[in-house]
Ligand binder design. Structure first.
Ligand code: SAM
Length: 331
């Protein structure tokens, strides 16, 4: 466990050992049939077909690897996640691994750590005003439920994800020896084809009480229609409900270098069967969310995120300019 970083061993040695373990997991990924390894070897699954075809999200694994690497190489950490390494080490794969610890993916790593931290900070405020339900939409390998610091105040956690990813996550937890806490309920939903409200109702979600929702790294993979319907549902929940989600700006906002990087990333994601679909213009987000029924909206620009979470670092870790978050409150 990462908590051993603060033990008696030399911290640098411990970090190197952990990084070695994560790297080994990544090499295993390359070798696995039907997985990321095959996609990287050029046998890509049909574009957009990965989840629909029953394979778990490779980008969920990629995000989890970034959080694991963040625990090991970044100091200070923006996100403290003692389960982050455990859930990926020994797993069947780590797609972004070669990139994960190298300089070129530092911005992505910062963004992935920051978006979880920001959601968890907002959740603290929601819990303080009485919210006792947290719904992670597209939870991936997020480990919040295992760390839930609000469990003693009765915070229930609902992890919503595509059935293919969720089944795989449950296997991952078991393989890592992590017991799902009693406060966690798994809810499998395909946002493109199923009604979130129905599945939450069947899972014991209390519609008469407010809830906090997060949707981290998910909007970009949804059709605009599925994103809108999901947010419309949150806006119809009990007053006091809130959603925090990450989004990425359209290509028209990028300079030539960022555009070239975007095109490379889009091609890679499409080859993995998880194409990027939806981008949002930050200036339009408040109006769109208000039109869905939200009362108060806040957009966290990368500049504000860097000021809040990355100031005074000597390592220069920062989120890139295209990474935004929005928070919307149902009043
Ligand atoms: C990039 S991962 C992010 C996972 C997690 N939120 C995190 O930050 O690590 C995208 C997640 O969205 C989920 N997802 C994508 N399309 C989906 C859909 N149509 N229905 C439900 N979940 C979906 C994937 O299964 C995956 O868990």
């Amino acid at each position: 466990m990462v908590t051993s970083l603060s033990g008696n061993q030399d911290p640098l040695q411990t970090r190197r050992r952990l990084l070695g373990s994560v790297m080994t997991a990544g090499v295993a990924a390359m070798l696995l049939p039907g997985g990321i390894g095959r996609a990287l070897a050029g046998e890509a699954p049909r574009t957009g077909a990965r989840l629909a075809g029953g394979a778990p999200s490779s980008t969920a694994l990629g995000a989890a690897v970034q959080r694991a690497v963040h625990q090991i190489v970044d100091d200070p950490r923006v996100l403290e996640d003692p389960f982050a390494v455990r859930i990926v080490v020994g797993s069947e794969g780590a797609p972004a691994l070669q990139l994960a610890a190298d300089r070129s993916s530092r911005g992505l790593r910062a963004y992935i750590a920051m978006r979880s931290r920001h959601a968890e900070d907002r959740l603290v405020e929601a819990v303080a005003r009485g919210v006792r339900q947290y719904v992670l939409l597209g939870a991936g390998l997020d480990t919040f439920a295992c760390r839930n610091p609000h469990a003693d105040r009765g915070l229930r956690v609902f992890e919503v994800d595509h059935p293919a990813t969720q089944a795989w996550k449950r296997e991952r937890l078991a393989a890592a020896g992590i017991t799902a806490p009693a406060s966690l309920t798994f809810v499998s939903v395909d946002f493109e084809t199923q009604r979130l409200a129905d599945r939450l109702r069947e899972s014991g979600f209390n519609f008469s009480e407010p809830a906090f929702f997060s949707m981290l790294g998910v909007v970009i993979y949804l059709t605009e229609e599925a994103m809108t319907e999901t947010l419309r549902f949150v806006a119809s929940c009990a007053p006091g409900s809130e959603v925090t989600f990450s989004f990425t700006v359209p290509a028209s906002r990028l300079d030539a270098a960022a555009l070239a990087r975007r095109e490379r990333s889009m091609a890679a994601m499409a080859a993995l069967g998880e194409p990027w679909r939806t981008f949002l213009e930050p200036g339009e987000v408040p109006g769109r969310l208000r039109a869905l029924g939200f009362g108060h909206v806040d957009v966290l620009t990368p500049e504000r995120a860097n000021q809040r979470y990355f100031q005074d670092r000597i390592d220069g870790l920062r989120v890139p300019g295209s990474s935004h978050m929005a928070t919307a409150l149902r009043v």
